[in-house]
Design a protein around this ligand. Sequence first.
Ligand code: AKG
Length: 283
Amino acid sequence: MFTELQIEEFRRDGFTLFPDFFSGEEVALYRNAIEEVSAGNTLENHDGKRMEMEPNQPPEGKKVRRLYEPCSFYSEFKELSGSAKLLDCVEQLIGPDIVLHYSKINMKPAEIGSVVEWHQDISYYPLTNLDSIAILFYLDDATVSNGCLKVIPGRQNSPLMNHSRDGYFQGRVTEEVDDSLAVPVEGKAGSAIFMHCMVPHASLPNTSSHSRRTLILSYRSADAFPIYHSEMTHKNEAGIVLVRGKWASSARMTLSEFPIPKYPRNIASLYDLQETSRKGEKS
Ligand SMILES: O=C(O)CCC(=O)C(=O)O
């Protein structure tokens, strides 16, 4: 459970770091599960339904960039997503009726781990209210040198930043970001960052010799419904799970307007969309 102080910090800054959320044994369990799932996959021959590989490696390279939806596919992570310890914390932040929205593991492998550019999570999936959070669990010690998360504290109460260009959603902020406002969130393996969906965040490429694996679970209040049903929304909504409390019979609306992300196509991931955007293709 969070202390009053941690909740205050979350409300003020939009995030809070929970040190040692996992024990050393739990970290080892999740790392082993990741290794098992990743084993045998290469850039030229991998299970594209379950994972995405780092693109800048030889065809036989084995560096995975992301594992998709671990809480749907693998028992260790599914169990975590419904665990009382985690949901008690989530409930303190977004209330008693809780939906697991999505999960993923960003691997940020040593030497070539990809950049994540500035974005606010909810720009990808507008909801009727903002009771939506992501929890980022570091499974390795995360520092500035291996690409820990960077955030802009306190920005969660301002309007959404622009994520579009030429009318298309870019998956990254397209206005200027004042990097001097950013703070790195370093943490030991096993620590967790609870982050509001409106917090701008990013992370640098990993050029160090240490990987920075991060498990990410996103939850939303059951009365936060998608306000725009693109094909991407359909795909995602098929996987949502009520993990505590009850389904809502009406949507709670707290926003008078919100930008709609017009996706250029079905994307594999944020990396995919941000890369396309960098190349300057119409997206
Ligand atoms: O892995 C990271 O550093 C950030 C991840 C993130 O923001 C995302 O996948 O939406």
